[in-house]
Each structure stands twice: as C-alpha cells, then as structure tokens.
Design a protein around this ligand. Structure first.
Ligand SMILES: [Ca+2]
Length: 414
C-alpha cells in the first residue's frame, strides 16, 4: 500500500482509541454461562458485548452451519460431525456415515455447509483432508483437500460421495484451506491452500501461480461437482490447462470466506507468512499474488518493510488486498459479514476470527463496491484468550463462534 494509505490507516486506528486491543479488558469468560465486557474500556459507556458459552466440550470444532429449524451442525477436526439443539446447548447426535479423514497437523475434517435447497433435499457438504495416491513427484502418497456431500437422514449421512479433489497431493500436513461458500445461484466456492509448497524465500510459479495446479486456488463448482458454464475464461500459457473450476489463484491458505452482503461477491481471509495476513475481495479470473507478493516476510526475517515478499505492493500485476495485518500475523481462520439484524451498527462490516491473534477483528469497510477500502479496524474479545476458529451469524442474528478449546459461543450486545 502507499505511504498515504498507510498513514490513513494509522490515523483511523488512532481515532478508534479505546476500541483497541485492551478494549475488552474487564471480566473473564466463565466456564459456562455469560460474561459481559465493556466495549469501551476508557469510558465504560460504549456498547457492551455479552459472550455466552452455549456448549463446551466440542473436539477441535472447525465449521458450523445452521439447519432451517435452527439446529446447529458442527464439524470437528478429528473427523466427527455433531448436531446441536437450536439453542446450542444440547448435543442431539453424532452423525454417522462420514468417510475417514487424515487428522494430522492442519488437516482433518474442515468446513461444513448446507445445500441452498436443503429443505427440499437435505444435502450436507464438507471439506476434509483425504489420503490418496498421486502425490507430487518425490513426495509419494499424501493427502489433499477433498469435498464430499451426503444427505442428512436422521443422524446419518447417506448417499455419500466425493465431488472435488485437490491435486496434486502432498505428504505435508499444512495449508489445506478450506472453506465452503454457496452462492445464491447454487454454485459452490471452495478455497484451497498451497499445501506449504510455496516458499517466500524462493518464490516461484510452480504451485499457487501455476494455473494447472490445484494448490492456492479458489474453485467454483456445481453441487454435484460438475462445472458451471459461466466460470471465468482464463488466458493460460500455451500447453497449460487451467485446473477445472478455476475462479482465482495466487492464494496462500484461505481459511475464512463469505459472500459480501452488498455485492454478492466472494471475500476471503488468508494467512500470510510472517505478517501479511490478507482480507481479499475475490474477483473472477484474478491473481492474488502469492508467493510473488506479500506484505509479510519470510519466517525468521527481522521485522520491517524491507523483507516484504516482492516488495509487498501487489499492484499493478496482482490484486491488492483490502486489508492486511502487519507486522504480526493474527492467523485469520474465519470470515463473516454481519447482516445488521441484531447489531444495526455492524451492518455490512467484516468480522475475522483469529487463532494466534486470539481475538475477533471487526473491519469497517467503506469506499464503493468497485473500490472497497478499510476505514477502521477493532480488536474484540482479546480478553477471552481463546483461539477463535470460525464464526457464523446464528438464526437470531447474533454471531456464534467456535473456539479451539471446544466451545460454541454466542456474541450479543448486553
Ligand atoms: Ca495477496
């Protein structure tokens, strides 16, 4: 970003004052029940946020989806899917019928999503790391991100089948992505990581920049895994066939994704290396720069701007992120836009869960649909000390959040 933009951001952060890192300093989260935090620690008179633990004892929860009747489906990394009561407080079932997952490192059972026509035909979709042959040369068998679906029948998933496999596979256990987001047109976005094959120390074009590789991509497919006719036409070099379903590329490890409520476009958050986490507006047929550009630095580099990968700035060759986190990564894990239903002041704002950063970030957006920009950001819930894994707006308009420690939280205004 330009020096002017950087200064503008610092100014915005200063103006936010007490909405910063220490804003929620009072109180601690009770093991069960509710805790209330002053959102403005300086005055104690600002909006107050209330955090309730609805459920404790989930096993590394990763994704959540709400059935039309309000019941909550939670995917757990070791490979289980649980169904909770509409109030989130009771375990109703542990679903059977899921295929085995490779629960190692960052891999396992990842996101879960429901078919847009779930009420008519109850398909459930999930992403997971799947073992298989076909690894990169020299790496042998490995795993890759796959997407499967099955019909929910009572507490069973039936008619289970795989609709997408990321290739090539790799034996490493990092950067699988993966979030699943349906568009209203019933096509499905799948966000895929670079499997840690791209290095910021020696940035090349073999993986996330390779149109023929499934690494570091966003794909768009139909519900049965077939390809929609209106995906972008990608101009590929001679002899290169773009990976089927290709929507965008040059991504590192996109682990949060959601549709922007105004434009209907896909947005995502992706992990940077050492710093340089990004919030991106994802446009069809565009290149997001990894590993040739990042506002972050190779691991082990001294903190500063000189070490930024490719100089940091993406334009004019690549798409600029709407927001970045520097110099310290927050490890963004989930993204949601608030509808404003329960919190009118939050309408259209982006919320990002963070793992290493152990907080919820509110990113206020302005500008136009064609040129969105960050106006301000605020770190929320830092006092919980929880690695936050995912968030979705619940049926009541309040956010639900998953923590790595196994909790389902409800965030509301006190
Ligand atoms: Ca980028």
């Amino acid at each position: 970003m330009s020096a002017a933009a950087s200064e503008s951001r610092r100014g915005a952060l200063r103006r936010l004052g007490g909405w910063g890192a220490a804003a929620l300093g009072a109180g601690t989260l009770a093991a069960a029940g509710a805790a209330t935090f002053p959102a403005r620690a300086q005055t104690g008179s600002g909006p107050r946020l209330r955090v309730e633990t609805l459920f404790d004892g989930l096993d590394s929860p990763w994704g959540l989806a709400f059935l039309p009747d309000g019941r909550c489906l939670v995917s757990e990394k070791p490979g289980t899917m649980k169904l909770l009561s509409p109030d989130g407080r009771r375990l109703l079932a542990r679903l059977s019928g899921l295929p085995p997952v490779v629960d190692r490192g960052q891999g396992g059972l990842l996101d879960v999503a429901l078919d847009p026509e779930f009420e008519r035909d109850p398909w459930v979709y999930w992403a997971y790391s799947e073992a298989g042959e076909g690894g990169l040369a020299g790496f042998g068998a490995g795993s890759s991100t796959a997407v499967a679906r099955g019909r929910l029948q009572g507490d069973r998933l039936v008619d289970v089948g795989v609709i997408l496999r990321q290739l090539p596979r790799h034996r490493g256990n990092g950067h699988f992505g993966c979030r699943l987001v349906f568009r209203p047109d019933q096509t499905l976005f799948v966000t895929l990581g670079d499997r840690q094959m791209d290095s910021p120390r020696a940035p090349g074009r073999e993986h996330a920049q390779n149109l023929a590789s499934g690494l570091g991509k966003v794909l768009r497919i139909r519900r049965d895994g077939s390809l929609p006719p209106d995906n972008p036409v990608i101009a590929a070099p001679a002899g290169v066939t773009p990976v089927p379903g290709l929507w965008s590329w040059g991504h590192r490890n996109p682990q949060g994704a959601a549709l922007h409520p105004g434009s209907g476009e896909l947005w995502l958050v992706e992990h940077g290396p050492q710093g340089g986490d990004e919030l991106n507006r994802v446009r069809p047929g565009r290149n997001y720069g990894w590993p040739l550009r990042s506002y972050g630095c190779p691991y082990g580099s001294p903190v500063g701007e000189a070490c930024r990968v490719g100089g940091g700035r993406h334009a004019p060759d690549f798409e600029e992120p709407v927001a970045t986190w520097v110099p310290t990564s927050i490890a963004p894990s989930g993204l949601a836009f608030h509808s404003g239903r329960a919190h009118p002041a939050w309408r259209g704002q982006a919320f990002v869960t963070a793992l290493a950063g152990a907080a919820l970030w509110r990113v206020e957006l302005g500008g136009s649909a064609e040129a969105p920009r960050e106006l301000a950001r605020e770190r929320l819930l830092g006092d919980l000390g929880e690695r936050l894994r995912a968030l979705r707006e619940g049926p009541d308009g309040h956010f639900r959040l998953l923590t790595d420690s196994g909790r389902l939280l409800r965030l509301s205004a006190a």
